[in-house]
Ligand binder design. Structure first.
Ligand code: DGL
Length: 270
């Protein structure tokens, strides 16, 4: 582990996802909290999570939570809808520090300003089956009508670096045709990989408000750290990237898809 700053506020923030998707959240956190050291972990050896069973997802999430505990992070952001839907409580138990998931911020953002009350949600099979967004949205307003659709091919398309290619437009058209007929007011991108397919999704659903919760998640984290009085306001924070496989590919795609220059990406296997 490269050298970091020392002192309480100077402890890093841990952010994780099954792969690249959580970088959409990382980017917003970096923008909002420039002084913080950030450690990103992408479980690239085991992506996708969204097609796996709840038991397996919980097992992976707990291993990562324990790792972040070892690294002595001051907060953890679960930048993965699948883990936030199925294993948030397990992560909280194992981390021993504040944990921010992505479901609540996304649901609150979608609900605010929603007049007709028809909201669509897309995500991995595991996220959609868990009904996590449906429960969160209904707890805000029980009269909301929710239309849900799993889009399992979206994650491999992104991880393959195929965002923007014709095949991604074709897959988006196929998955989103039923949602289009329903004419929802808003569509929640219930997977952190999906913002990288924003052009494809918007092309099929013109006029639908697309909710990418990355900014709201970063704001939730900022508020939590402010409450605890442990925001690092001085200096420029450092970024550390870890993956469980293929660090060069991760680094290349992070740059190509999100303009993030990772520098050296370290390998962490479980
Ligand atoms: N990016 C993740 C999510 O938000 C996981 C996708 C996957 O691994 O299937 O759900």
């Amino acid at each position: 582990m490269p050298k970091r700053k020392s002192g309480l506020n100077k402890k890093p923030i841990g952010i994780f996802d099954s792969g690249l998707g959580g970088l959409t959240v990382f980017k917003e956190i970096r923008r909002l909290l420039p002084g913080e050291d950030l450690i990103y972990f992408g479980d690239t050896a085991r992506v996708p999570y969204g097609t796996k069973s709840p038991e397996t997802i919980k097992k992976f999430a707990v291993e990562i939570a324990d790792y972040f505990r070892e690294l002595k992070v001051k907060a953890v952001v679960v930048a993965c809808n699948t883990v936030s839907s199925l294993a948030l409580e397990e992560v909280k138990k194992h981390c021993g520090v504040p944990v921010i998931g992505v479901i609540k911020p996304g649901a609150i953002e979608a609900a605010s300003g929603c007049v007709k009350g028809k909201i669509a949600v897309i995500g991995t099979q595991a996220t959609i089956s868990s009904k996590s967004y449906e429960k969160e949205l209904k707890s805000i307003n029980p009269s909301f009508k929710i239309i849900s659709k799993p889009c399992p091919l979206f994650v491999p398309l992104v991880e393959e670096g195929w965002a923007g290619k014709k095949v991604s437009y074709d897959v988006a058209k196929e998955y989103l045709s039923e949602i289009k007929k329903e004419a929802p007011e808003a569509l929640i991108l219930g997977c952190t990989h999906y913002p990288m397919l924003l052009k494809e999704i918007s092309a099929v659903l013109p006029g639908v408000k697309i909710i990418n919760s990355a900014q709201s998640v970063a704001k939730f984290l900022l508020d939590e750290l402010s409450l605890l009085g442990c925001i690092e306001k001085n200096g420029k924070g450092k970024d550390f990237f870890y993956v469980s496989d293929a660090p060069e590919k991760f680094s290349r795609l992070a740059c190509n898809l999100l303009g993030i220059r990772t520098g050296k990406v370290f390998l962490k296997r479980f």
